[in-house]
Design a protein around this ligand. Structure first.
Ligand SMILES: *Cc1c(COP(=O)(O)O)cnc(C)c1O
Length: 384
């Protein structure tokens, strides 16, 4: 029997309708042409499909289609935003619990002569505007804070951070890879200068994302990939029609089901937590913070993390983040919110999504109880 997939924060399967639409853009009978071909109807049709998809992505975040730049994913979007907006001598503030696709870019920029400061989260895993404010300098150019943390699912107060940045006259970039399709995003109401998106966290294909860039005279993003001048010069390269169409439709579908889906998933997630929380040594990481619907990051104090993960054979889950789990080093996010190395190593991230049902949760809860009680040598559950 296959393990139950509870790793939606790492990636999601492509929605069947999305896969179907993508398949229509590949073969000779389909919409296969180069969207930049201006001299024939095949090219016009491909361009039309790409532009319709751009509108679908823009609609989900209440932006203008002209503010969407296609990229290969949130990693590239983050690179484009940070490298494209910071110049030598500028000061950049990023949170210390960003995805590596922001942190590693910040460290690289530091080597290139950009001043970088890191904001630490609170013990519940959120980034407070006052901590950002304390780091502002006259040469601060950009603040980069993720909307939702990928390990904890905690939601940062982006509206407050946006107000602070506006008051201080600094640019704000938000990595929204984990927020898209899980939280309403309204960039008409909320001033963000650049926002990174990824399709594969939202039932679209891997290998495509977008960077929202606010249309404003004082925002000029320098291209990181040159050649051909696509995407108004910000990102060259032939657009992959099938990928754009897939991302666009995934966004449209996500918008249609957002309210119903997030409420259904958070009920299942809460049920799972209620059925394991009395186990000895169990603690919810990021407890007390606002969290998105599908995330559950749990420390099983006293259990060896590697043994725990190997024992939970019936579940497909993560330790730390998938990107660092190739090496068994404790998660820097859990470390930043104050967990010991042992507790961080004994933590797992369980993330639910669109295709998770009540049966999955019942089985997962029973399996976790059996494994954890077994590994703890028959200690009795605490009664709440
Ligand atoms: C997944 C993820 C990324 C990377 O996105 P890709 O599209 O896989 O490059 C960046 N930031 C966060 C918060 C993520 O969850």
């Amino acid at each position: 029997m296959n393990p139950i997939y509870l790793d939606y924060a790492a990636t999601t399967p492509v929605a069947p309708k999305v896969a179907e639409a993508m398949a229509q853009c590949l073969t000779e009978e389909g919409n296969f042409a180069n969207p930049a071909s201006r001299s024939h109807v095949y090219g016009w049709r491909a361009e039309e499909a790409v532009e319709a998809a751009r509108g679908q992505v823009a609609a989900l975040i209440n932006a203008d289609a002209r503010e969407i730049v296609w990229t290969s994913g949130a990693t590239e979007s983050n690179n484009l935003a940070l490298k494209g907006l910071c110049r030598p001598g500028d000061h950049l503030i990023v949170s210390s619990i960003e995805h590596k696709a922001v942190l590693d870019v910040a460290l690289w920029l530091k080597e290139q002569g950009i001043e970088v400061d890191f904001v630490e989260p609170t013990a519940d895993g959120t980034i407070l505007p006052e901590r950002i404010e304390a780091l502002l300098k006259p040469n601060t150019r950009l603040v980069s804070v993720m909307w939702v943390n990928n390990e904890l699912g905690t939601v940062n107060p982006i509206a407050d951070i946006s107000a602070l940045c506006q008051k201080a006259g600094v640019l704000l970039h938000v990595d929204a890879a984990q927020a898209l399709g899980k939280l309403p995003i309204d960039l008409d109401a909320l001033k963000v200068d650049a926002l990174s998106l990824s399709a594969h966290k939202c039932y679209g294909p891997k290998g495509i994302g977008a960077l929202y860039v606010k249309r404003s005279p004082n925002i000029a993003v320098q291209a990181q990939i040159h050649g051909g001048g696509h995407e108004r010069g910000m990102r060259s390269g032939t657009l992959p029609t099938h990928q754009c169409v897939g991302f666009g439709l995934a966004c449209e579908l996500a918008g249609q089901v957002l309210t119903e889906e997030t409420s259904r998933i958070s009920k299942l997630r809460d049920r799972l937590w209620q059925s394991i929380r009395d186990l000895p040594g169990v603690r919810l990481n990021g407890e007390g913070a606002e969290r998105v619907c599908g995330h559950l990051n749990v420390a099983f104090t006293g259990i060896d993390g590697e043994v725990l993960l190997l024992s939970l054979r019936q579940l497909a889950v993560s330790t730390g983040s998938a990107c660092t789990s190739a090496s068994m080093s404790p998660s820097y996010v859990l470390n930043a919110i104050g967990l010991s190395a042992a507790d961080a190593l004994a933590s797992i991230r369980i993330s639910l999504g669109r295709y998770t049902d009540a049966d999955d949760i019942e089985q997962a809860a029973a399996h976790i109880r059996q494994v954890v009680l077994g590994l703890q040598g028959g200690k009795q559950p605490r009664r709440a």
